[in-house]
Design a protein around this ligand. Sequence first.
Ligand SMILES: Nc1ncnc2c1ncn2[C@@H]1O[C@H](COP(=O)(O)OP(=O)(O)OP(=O)(O)O)[C@@H](O)[C@H]1O
Length: 267
Amino acid sequence: MVATDSVTMVGSGGSGAVIEVSGLGIRFKRNRRARRSFKDLFAGRKRRARPDEFWALRGVSFDIRQGEAIGVVGRNGQGKSTLLKIIAGVLIPDEGTSVVRQGVAPLIEITGGFVDDLTVRDNVYLTAGLHGMTKKEIDAKFDEIVSFAEIPGFLDTPYKHLSSGMKVRIAFSVITQLDEPVLIVDEVLAVGDKAFREKCYARIEQLLADGRTLFFVSHSERDLKRFCSRGLYLKQGELIMDGPIDDVIDRYNDDYGMASAPPVIDA
Ligand SMILES: Nc1ncnc2c1ncn2[C@@H]1O[C@H](COP(=O)(O)OP(=O)(O)OP(=O)(O)O)[C@@H](O)[C@H]1O
């Protein structure tokens, strides 16, 4: 399936890479309200302040092979989540390309892409259905999904009424039951309690052993080293290092130091 010129989801290709990112750039408006200020309504067109824009990512290029586990490292606001959203097809870049040759199961935000007003049960069917599972397949996996999440009394509760930790539980449970070869996990597990987090980590290890490809954003050095073999280090939207995870974390710690910067810390 071809999504756009710049973000392409295609069937398995002949080159070894399952994800090819080239010259990727995306810019955002720093101040969305600038254009809509009350003063601007009465100002002439020329006097209107142009909303300032900035590049959240620029010139980012890398290839990923099947089965690689990638840790994305960087301080707050450096473009990590934005990169994962582009790979997941949620955001469209302004320049460059992101070619994704296999299906992606993304757990990017606490909501997991779930619809607030639908019940937990309906969200499970909707999300799994959107990823190509038939109703019969979902029926067969439903009990396993909800038993992993351990929220049995809340299946008919609107998703918006769950606590943050409960939302992550069910979202993680569904996302990791999908057959998609690429798994994206962006920090959200930090919200879960320790016992559930450990269960999730065991599940991630199992998926990696099965040959899945993982993109993992975390500020925990221990977790990055546990799952990832390769690191991408983003700084002000640029990919400043792509290498073995230990080397990337060393460089990161050289730049910021464990004591002065919170981004990579042992939780
Ligand atoms: N939809 C958006 N509109 C405008 N600005 C955005 C949007 N999404 C992200 N940004 C900005 O882009 C920059 C990168 O954000 P991003 O969420 O990718 O950072 P991050 O590295 O994941 O940070 P953190 O570690 O805090 O999660 C930030 O300055 C953020 O404010």
